[in-house]
Design a protein around this ligand. Sequence first.
Ligand code: SPV
Ligand code: MG
Length: 670
Amino acid sequence: MKALILNSGLGSRMGVLTSEHPKCMTEITSKDTILSRQLKQIVEAGITEVVMTTGAFDEVLVEYCNGLDLPIHFTFVKNPLYAETNYIYSIYCAKEYLMDDDIVLMHGDLVFDNLVFDKVLSSETSCMTTSSTIPLPEKDFKAVIEKGKITKVGIEYFDSAMSAQPLYKILLKDWKIWLDNIIDFCKNDNRKCYAENAFNQVSDRCSIYPLDVKDMLCNEIDNPEDLAMVSEKVNELENKTVYMSFSTDMVHSGHIDIIKKAKKLGKLIIGVLSDEAVASYKRYPLMPFSERKVMFENISGVHKVVEQKTLSYKENLEMLKPDYVVHGDDWVAGFQKPIRDEVVSTLATYGGELVEFPYTHSEKLKVLEQRSRAELSLPHMRRARLKKVIEMKGTISAMEAHSGLTGLIVEDTVVYQNGEARQFDAMWISSLCDSTAKGKPDIELVDMTSRFRTIDDIMEVTTKPIIFDGDTGGLTEHFVYTVKTLERMGVSMVIIEDKTGLKKNSLFGTEVQQTQDSIPNFCEKIKAGKKAQKTKDFMICARIESLILEQGMEDALERAFAFAGAGADAVMIHSRKKDPSEIFEFVENFRAKDKTTPIVVVPTSFNTVTEEEFKDRGVNIVIYANQLTRTAFPAMQNAAKLILENHRAKECDDICMPFKDIITLIPEDN
Ligand code: SPV
Ligand code: MG
């Protein structure tokens, strides 16, 4: 596509404004002339070839264009008879440069909105800008429209006509017909009329369609009054603000494309999602907010970057009141729909507008996402992330996983509520569920090699941080090796319980014989573990069994303070009572003296308490320790019974996940 700009005219109606340079060099804002604005719009559209006809002050004009230093190749063609001919003859003079490509044709005194230019360029047919809302002008161009096509353009037509502006996109096939007739006109010395007179004779073959731009800015500047009016409109347009929100930590060409479109609407403000919002909605960001902010600040044309603390735009829209919000049209349905609905209603409160561009699924993005997932799953990245997420959110949730498949469920399950996304922050590798999956009792019978194998299976297909149930930790001499191995694998935290001898599951409480370790012994184990670890990221959590073994609150608290003092990075308090009051009492008393050591709870019995309430009370990690195993087990047992009862699988099929769905659980490439 080439741009053809007609700048041969004298512009005498502009008075002194055109006494030293052509009209197109008249300033319309403090930073642009009519021409520099047009040329920048041309560059933004990716057009690099401009044919410009010149006349009076042609040297001034050529020097000016070259001095703008734009990535444009200019072909200047002077109309030697500019004083006594019209632009039909200027086009004739430039004909040899206009025979090989589609063209966008504009008069040199035309000022138009970026959106108008976008519409013109994206038209699939040849088109001319018209307006159905502006009254028919007395002296300017009007286009006669018949059966949806333009049949005549001129100042004399009033019937079936719309006001029209000389901004065209003309496909080569149509242009050839029009240009041929322009050539014929000029050869017959018909050089004083409009080029449109030549079009009017061939409009049955040269198909140009009206492109209705309604009230959008698309005006010629003929006199100082036009100049004042258009300048005001351009200033207004340039002061509009546009808001977009981004969660990405990798900018690719798709993002740049939409940013380019957005900034044509005005000053672009980008809301960068907070780390917490990104983590809740897709995955832990590879780059923290501060770095993502700098990245966007350095994209050309971005006016300002602000933080968007939640997936909801509301707070920022109410604060910034942007004229436009720009987004891909992929949120019209699906989980982002409530967010979109809220944007629409918030914009409606002050007259803002939502602009949606077609969303393009990018293969590149898929590859980048895969790469970032791979990176997040690397041991050092995964290990360090638990501490970071606790710091970021205050309170996090972990869900039990005991295999690759359950790991994937914890990794990928997301629910969307009122525009908020919720997912688990970490995985708990429970001794109970790991043992149960192997059909074994939870008595430290499944050895560490086998437990590590489970971790490995899960790690191979997931990225979320892992909290490992280390039972009693075994002998201190053994525990130090366990710590080293877990740390090397990329596990973030091991929780060891202050029991000794044959361990039984805590949920049996005092129904079975269980022995609590002495405070000094257990402190020694913690100290040895802390000494064995190599990085500062790995955490050892001391689990206190005093309430389970009915040793009283005082004992529990004494142990908690002693274990934290011995270097434990967190304490876990356990209870098998339905009533959460003893847990709350512990948390309150512990927090009275220790404000920072993270507290972990496993609300299997006291399951009515919400994560929000735990957070308010000062709990930092909430572990759902066994629910996947406990729901899967009865479902599997039921399936087995149904087949046995019916001597076939048909009845069981109704409660089975369709095979095609089970396949989608497994990602193609991890
Ligand atoms: C586990 O999940 O193995 C635990 C938690 O240790 S509990 O079963 O509640 O003791
Ligand atoms: Mg356990």
